[in-house]
Every structure is written in C-alpha cells, then in structure tokens.
Design a protein around this ligand. Structure first.
Ligand SMILES: Cc1ncc(COP(=O)(O)O)c(C=O)c1O
Length: 338
C-alpha cells in the first residue's frame, strides 16, 4: 500500500470494509460486513426523495504508543439519535453505533494514518430511509452504514489562517427548521453559497441567523468562536449544529482558567475579537485572519503577524494532544480500540 500520508486530502479513498445494519419490521438486524462500496437502493426510498437522511463525522487517531483512540464517540451517537428523532428516522441504539464504528475501524486498521502525519481515519456513519414510499411519510425500513477513509485536514491551508465571507443572501437552515441536527438537507442548502465563497477565494462563508440577519450562526460546516481577552465566546442559536469540537474547546478553555460565554453574537461584535476561528472534527481549529462583509462594506483583520492567535494555538494543541494520546485525558473523552 502506497499512501502519501502527509499529503492526504480531505476526500474519499476506498478502504477494505464497511459495515451495515438494516432496520426492518420494527427492529434492527445483524451487523453485516462487506467490501462493496455500493448500496442497492429502491428507487422510491424516502432517503432519496424526501431527504430522510442523517450522517455523522468523527475520527480515529493513531497514538505514538500504537494505540487507536476514539474521541467522544458517545456524543456523535447521541447527535445521530437527535437527528433521527428530528426527521423521523429509526433511532440507532448507542450500543449498535459503538459496535459498528469499532468494527469498521478494526477491520480497516491498515488505513489509519501513522502517528505524526497530522492525518487520521475519518469515520462516517450514515442513516437513511430505504423503504419505498410515494407519499410524504417516514419509511418503514432504514439502513445504518459506517465507512471509514483516511483524511488529511479539511481546510487545505491547515493551521494557516484563512479568509471568510459573511453570507447575507443564503440561509442553510430555517429558524425552526433542522439546522441543529445533522441531516443532508442542511448541506444541500449550503452548497451554492459555499461555492460562491470559494469562487471568490474564501475558505468558507459565515452564515447569519435566518430570522434577523443580525447574529453569527456558523462557518460553513464548522462552528464559530471568538476570543476576547480571557474569554471564549461562541454563538448560541437553534440553527447551529452543536459541534463536539466546540463543546470540547469550551471545556478546555474553562480548564485553562478562561471564561466561556455561549450567547447570541451580533455581527457588529466581530470587530472586537482578538482572535476568531472555526472549529470542527475535520480541522479542529481553523484560524481566521480576515472576515469580509461585502454588504456593509467592512473587513475585519486578525492574526496581523500572519500566524494564528496564541489562545487558538493553545486550545488546538491541547485538544489534539488529548486526541492523539500525547497528553493525559482528564475528561474521559478517549476510548482505546483494542
Ligand atoms: C454544520 C456543521 N457545524 C459544525 C460542525 C462541527 O461539528 P463537530 O465538531 O462535531 O465535528 C459540523 C461538522 O460536523 C457541521 O457539519
């Protein structure tokens, strides 16, 4: 196997196996292991027509000690349960979720990037309605599938600060809609605006609250945070996906003696932050050096020396050290996969 671990993109690469489990007649069946990358799907499946689909994203990390670590998988399992409840999918029990991800990781061990490469094994649980329906209603059959693929960091620039564009003309989620759960429709709704941002040279776009367009929601597929003095500030909004990375950074910030504020963050406040960043599983922290608000003719600069701010660096280092097992985990976030 000839993989250039240090230059992996954040993309799909085939691995040896994926695992699947069907929900039929009101219950989950046996976990199946397959090498097939394709799924036979009925043409009237609700996942295809009505967006009855949810997914998760998490990683397995190879430590210096040769041990494989999972990070807070229970939070992903619970988030998928909330997604399932939110769009009427069959709910995957935590035990099945755990068995599926650990089986997929163990069977594809040779694809876990070596320690020190900055890469990791991305785990993608997927759940969707496979049952055929023509009217708009939940399916009676579901597939829960887990595949894995080795990935490098999501933002190609890595920890190099990036530029982001405030998005005024699109919403990824409606005020009482599905922004708080991880369902495909939210991502479909974000594609045009993200692409527009990319075409203009921005790493991502910053969505505002859909109701008033006054508050910051999130940064494409990542949460937003700002640092002001000794305080970590992150938006509180129903249309934001609760990021497990963000939750962890908040706990780390408290642990490091900082204050944490989770509250609505008005767009006008972005000029007051010392550091700003996006956070998520894919890149952990993406430091932002410039936010451009074309509509209001404003531009905000951070990282004036070209480097990420010191608090972002400290939080990033602390979190990745726990994930790769370089530092002890006082929070009980890590599970070793034997
Ligand atoms: C819309 C959105 N926000 C935030 C995140 C970051 O969440 P997490 O830290 O759990 O990866 C993701 C990625 O899952 C996302 O898709």
């Amino acid at each position: 196997m000839n993989i250039d671990w240090k230059n992996l993109p954040f993309g799909y690469m085939p691995t040896d196996y994926n695992v699947r489990c069907y929900f039929r007649n009101g219950q989950w069946g046996e976990l199946e292991i397959t090498s097939d990358e394709y799924i036979p799907v009925h043409m009237a499946a609700t996942g295809l027509h009505y967006g009855q689909e949810s997914f998760e994203g998490m990683k397995a990390y190879m430590g210096k000690d040769g041990k494989i670590r999972l990070f807070r998988w229970q939070e992903n399992a619970r988030r998928m349960q909330r997604s399932a409840t939110g769009i009427k999918l069959a709910v995957v029990p935590e035990e099945l979720f755990h068995r599926a991800i650990t089986t997929a990781v163990r069977l594809n061990k040779r694809f876990i990037p070596p320690y020190g490469t900055g890469a990791a094994l991305y785990i993608r649980p997927l759940l969707f309605g496979t049952g055929a329906e023509v009217g708009v209603k939940p399916a009676r059959e579901y597939l829960f599938l887990v595949f894995v693929t080795p990935v490098g960091p999501y933002f190609k620039e890595g920890f190099k600060p990036v530029e982001m564009l405030v998005c005024h003309d699109f919403d990824r989620a409606a005020p009482l809609g599905t922004g708080h759960i991880k369902v495909g429709g939210n991502y479909a709704a974000s594609l045009v605006s993200l692409e527009k941002g990319h075409e203009k040279g921005y790493a991502s776009v910053i969505y505002l609250d859909a109701m008033e367009k006054k508050y910051i929601d999130e940064c494409g597929p990542a949460n937003f945070f700002g640092i002001k003095g000794n305080t970590y500030i992150t938006p509180d909004s129903h249309t934001i996906l609760p990021s497990i990375t963000n939750m962890s950074l908040q706990e780390l910030a408290l642990h490091l003696g900082m204050k944490v504020e989770k509250r609505p963050v008005p767009l006008e406040e972005i000029g007051e932050f010392d550091e700003v960043g996006a956070c998520g599983t894919a890149a952990v922290i993406t430091s932002i050096r410039r936010i451009v608000d074309e509509q209001n003719g404003k531009s905000y600069e951070y990282c004036r020396d070209g480097n990420p701010g010191p608090i972002s660096v400290k939080l990033y280092q602390k979190l990745t050290a726990i994930q790769y097992g370089d530092e002890p985990d006082p929070f009980g976030w890590i599970e070793i996969v034997d």
